[in-house]
Write a protein that binds this ligand. Structure first.
Ligand SMILES: [Zn+2]
Length: 604
């Protein structure tokens, strides 16, 4: 019945009753959802009326609910709809956005739209959600959560004399969380950072980031806080404290389980039983959060870092300080840890990036797929070995079954070609993958440790990861030219000494970029168990510091074409936690051919 499907109109506004509202301050309204039902109830929303138009906060869970929300606004004001701010990309908060968009609102949202928690086993979230709310509710549906105005850091919206701060509190409930803060009225719309029973869903988020976001809410001095679901608390601090107690106790319980070797399944068996038909019931949220936080703690115990160990950097409300890529630095994984990960419940995507495919065919760890790094770059404007666009990487990694709820572990041969693995890690991190790992010692150590190998190809399901941006930690030729001689910047040449000195190299000119420090990437490795592994962190730290390559500086690394420099980038970012390191991927291949650019020869 395709004709009937396309002809279905949105429900007429007159036909729907408005939702109950509460005025929180002059011109500021909460649209009240259900109470007493936790995350299963209809969500809260809100709107702010200004002489220049209306800003709606969240769009509820279906076109029909969106239309009722619009009717609710229209009962208060005829002012034009200007914006709808989506606090995150869960269906119950934005599937009604199309109704507001059709009424003229521009969508303000975080561009990170990926979530998995709502229907973990469903390929199609619209079909899954339709089963939850019904066909009638979903009539006229179209996606409307792609931002017209993308917000990734705290952004001030001034409209009709009002100040509205749309803030990204970090990846707490989901990677694309936003909050709405009215500093003059001291009203905060918190989205699902807060839910009336204190048990917000962490499946798409991160417990450390959530604790940081709660601290920011506490210090904001909010008079009224509207949670994502349920009653508006009389004292905002009480709901924040309830949520913090829950998260703290879950972290403590899972940390203890991991430390004591209690398997996740046994931990879950001790928790309340779950009704499979109710994916966001309290028991279900508690179990699924336990799985997520158990994995966080496991990573912390294995020394993988991440927020479980460190906590994301706090994002104070109304401040402007947190680029979204932060906290995404990849990490190193030992052969022991990889073996544990492969045996665990959420096996990582394992990528074999050895240059020689025959080596892969002969033997690889079970589950590994082959990828040649040369697939990841091509000439551009005649310059060889440059990066490809986002769409190319998105297609490639989808084919490899990469998901953003699973770590990706990359390994190379582990001897002279470890750079292939760090290069892939650099690209995955640039695509915003949250859990990129490089195997220390590579395949050589895996084999020498006598770990299992196979000749069988793995079964791979298509990936569900759609990276929204490609923003690698990269410097262009212009960046490097501008950085020459600038204090606070150190340029690192990761090639062999002979190339740096100008005695060797295939390029048109031989030498190095003026002022560059030579730090050969292989010097960061040492013999370990007959394979080559990274030197101990303290040793690496001391070696770099002795060359003036310190974390307070902006570091730009180059080499021949981005591969060797990705190894230095990885060492500094993943092992030593340097905050600002970029790869000049055009490298000496590009620089040498441009004869007007300055160069030096000899050792410093
Ligand atoms: Zn949510």
């Amino acid at each position: 019945m395709p004709l009937a499907l396309v002809a279905l109109p949105l429900p007429a506004q007159q036909a729907v009753a408005p939702f109950p509202t509460r005025q929180l301050a002059p011109g500021v309204y909460a649209v009240l959802g259900d109470t007493g039902r936790g995350s299963e109830g209809r969500a809260n929303a809100g709107f702010v009326v200004t002489p220049a138009g209306v800003v709606v906060i969240d769009a509820l869970g279906s076109p029909r609910q969106g239309a009722r929300l619009l009717r609710t606004v229209r009962d208060v004001t005829r002012a034009p709809l200007r914006f709808v701010v989506l606090t995150h990309h869960h269906p119950d908060h934005h599937f009604g956005a199309i109704a507001l968009k059709r009424a003229g609102a521009r969508v303000v949202a975080h561009p990170e739209r990926g979530t998995l928690s709502t229907a973990p086993n469903d390929e199609d979230p619209v079909r899954a959600w339709t089963r939850v709310v019904g066909e009638l509710e979903m009539r006229g549906f179209a996606w409307a959560d792609v931002p017209d105005v993308a917000v990734t850091r705290d952004t001030v919206l001034r409209l009709g004399g009002r100040t509205i701060v749309v803030a990204h509190p970090g990846p707490a409930h989901t990677p694309g969380d936003l909050t709405v803060w009215l500093p003059d009225e001291r009203v905060l719309f918190a989205g699902d950072l807060l839910v009336e029973d204190g048990v917000t869903m962490l499946v798409d988020g991160d417990s450390g980031a959530l604790l940081q976001a709660l601290a920011a809410i506490d210090s904001s001095g909010a008079r009224v806080v509207v949670p994502g679901h349920g009653r508006i608390p009389d004292a905002p601090g009480e709901l924040v404290a309830l949520t913090r107690r829950y998260v703290d106790s879950l972290r403590a319980a899972t940390r203890e389980a991991v430390a004591g070797g209690l398997p996740m399944s046994r931990l879950l068996a001790r928790m309340p039983k779950v009704d499979a038909t109710r994916p966001v019931s309290r028991a279900s949220r508690e179990q699924r959060n336990a799985v997520r936080v158990y994995l966080e703690m496991e990573r912390a115990v294995m020394g993988f870092g991440g927020s479980a160990a460190l906590g994301a950097r706090p994002a104070a409300l109304g401040s402007d300080q947190r680029p979204t890529a932060e906290g995404r630095a990849p990490t190193v994984v030992s052969t022991d840890s990889l073996a544990a990960l492969l045996a665990g419940p959420a096996a990582p995507t394992l990528l074999d990036v050895r240059t020689d495919i025959a080596a892969y065919l002969k033997a690889h760890p079970p589950g590994a797929q082959y990828l040649n790094t040369e697939t990841l770059r091509a000439a551009e404007g005649g310059v060889p070995n440059l990066l490809l666009p986002l769409s190319s990487y998105a297609t490639l990694f989808a084919r490899l079954g990469v998901r953003d709820d699973r770590p990706v572990v990359v390994y190379a041969s582990g001897e002279a070609r470890n750079i292939d693995a760090t290069y892939v890690a650099w690209i995955l991190a640039g695509l915003g993958h949250p859990a990129v790992r490089v195997l220390d010692g590579g395949y050589a150590k895996w084999e020498l440790d006598d770990r299992p190998t196979t000749r069988t190809y793995p079964e791979v399901a298509a990936g569900r990861w759609a990276p929204a941006t490609f923003a690698p930690e990269r410097a262009t030729l212009d960046d490097v030219r501008r950085a020459l001689g600038r204090p606070g910047v150190v340029i690192v040449d990761a090639r062999v000494r002979e190339q740096y000195a100008g005695e060797a190299g295939p390029q048109m000119r031989r030498g190095h970029i003026p002022g560059a420090v030579n730090h050969y990437w292989q010097d960061d490795l040492v013999e370990g168990g007959h394979a080559r592994v990274w030197r101990p962190r303290e040793e690496l730290r001391a070696r770099y510091a002795a060359q003036g390559i310190t974390p307070d500086k902006e570091v730009v690394v180059y080499c021949n074409g981005g591969l060797e420099s990705s190894h230095v980038w990885f060492t500094l970012r993943a092992l030593l936690g340097y905050p600002r390191v970029r790869v000049y991927d055009g490298s000496w291949t590009e620089w040498a051919e441009r004869e007007e650019l300055p160069m030096e020869t000899g050792m410093r």
